[in-house]
Design a protein around this ligand. Structure first.
Ligand SMILES: *Cc1c(COP(=O)(O)O)cnc(C)c1O
Length: 388
């Protein structure tokens, strides 16, 4: 089989998504499946829909367009504020977009009018992580303007934490989001169906808090694919942490000195580990590098240590057995390594597991019909602690 390749076990992804849908559904929180890390893969999309997500979200319009082309039948949301230059494409391909700028919202309304449709929007509110969102004091005035746009329907509000500054979701900032929802509803006499609390960093809070407030929606990507929450990257109980594996092939094995010789300048990339003199040592090279993944985000198999990386070479030491040219090694990627591998044209993508080869469109339609009840059919499952 060809290498390097990213193997995605769809049965495990399905299990993870289903379990999160059930755990959160039991608390009244729906899950939007986020597909950006898999570039809007229709196969992963189909699995998420079948697991009961309420819709799919992606930060890039290209991925949403790809899922549309592949016949994905659920609600598709653009979860990054649309580029002004892409308003037409957004209205055409996405049912919903997450927004922070009135200039963009006006363009979306004009584009929706031209297509004789109404475009749904979620207004993102800044809660302290300093990424996207309108400042809390500007929310009411922004909503007033949104409600005056003829072809825009305000579906709800949302917030994003943890991604830029590491600000953690807690009872305090989530209560602030709930309070915003109530204040909007009171001021304008409307009701908001979506109050989207955040991403995979919100899971522990959402499963543990006694003050869920109005939060009824989370947008989950990494936790579904990698089985970990994202505050401390702890495994979530009952989820697979090995659904995604990056496989690479050995192209050289030699016994070499552990110290480089000659005068040394800057290496091409920052070294993974500074060399230590251990005399002669076996070292192997895998055909994998910065152009294929983030080498610092790889967990090697046991007995193997990553000692260096450049654009197309990953250098490893092996304590248990001497690796042979042609051997394959499997690594567990973190989010950064997984995203870079998905995005590299040199890395083959291999969907595995029992869900990998069923007929797409039929299954998707069936899944779309039962997606919403599935999210609510979640009784009888007690939330487990989410790791330590
Ligand atoms: C990427 C993203 C998510 C999903 O984050 P995960 O950590 O992968 O769960 C949710 N919301 C927004 C706005 C995002 O950009």
């Amino acid at each position: 089989m060809t290498a390097p390749r990213l193997e995605i076990d769809l049965s495990k992804v399905h299990h993870n998504a289903r379990r999160l849908v059930q755990l959160l559904g039991a608390r009244g929180v729906e899950v939007l499946g986020v597909t950006k890390a898999v570039l809007g893969s229709a196969e992963v999309a189909r699995v998420l829909v079948d697991a009961g997500v309420v819709g799919l979200g992606d930060s890039r319009i290209e991925n949403i367009e790809a899922m549309r082309r592949d016949g994905v039948q659920v609600s598709l949301a653009l979860i990054r504020s649309p580029m002004l230059s892409q308003a037409e494409r957004v209205v055409q391909a996405a049912d919903l977009s997450f927004n922070t700028e009135l200039k963009v919202l006006r363009a979306l309304s004009r584009a929706a009018e031209a297509r004789h449709v109404v475009h749904g929007v979620v207004l993102m509110i800044e809660l302290g992580d300093l990424r996207e969102g309108v400042m809390p004091d500007d929310v009411i005035e922004t909503v007033r303007q949104i409600l005056s746009l003829a072809n825009i329907k305000l579906r709800g509000i949302g917030a994003n934490l943890a991604c830029r500054s590491g600000v953690m979701p807690d009872d305090r900032n989530m209560a602030a989001l709930s309070a915003q929802a109530e204040s909007i509803e009171r001021t304008f006499g409307i009701s908001l169906d979506i109050v989207s609390g955040g991403n995979s960093a919100n899971i522990q809070w959402a499963l543990g808090t006694s003050q869920l407030g109005r939060i009824n929606h989370l947008r989950l990507g990494e936790s579904i694919l990698l089985g970990r929450e994202t505050v401390a990257r702890q495994p979530i109980a009952g989820l697979f942490t090995d659904a995604v594996t990056l496989i690479a092939e050995v192209i050289e094995t030699k016994t070499k000195p552990s110290m480089p010789w000659g005068q040394r300048g800057e290496p091409a990339f920052e070294e993974t580990i500074a060399p230590v003199d251990r005399g002669l040592a076996d070292q192997s090279i895998l055909a994998l590098g910065h152009q294929d993944t983030d080498p610092t985000g790889l967990q090697p198999p046991s007995g193997v240590t990553i000692v260096g990386a450049s654009s197309d070479h990953l250098i490893v030491g092996s304590s248990e057995r001497r690796l042979s040219v042609g051997d394959e090694l499997g690594f567990s990627p973190n989010y950064s390594a997984m995203v870079r591998s998905m995005t590299s044209p040199f890395v083959h993508k291999e969907m595995k597991g029992r869900l990998a080869r069923e007929s797409k469109p039929a299954l998707l339609q069936a899944a779309a019909l039962k997606a919403s009840p599935a999210a609510k059919r979640a009784s009888g499952i007690s939330p487990l602690p989410t790791g330590g």
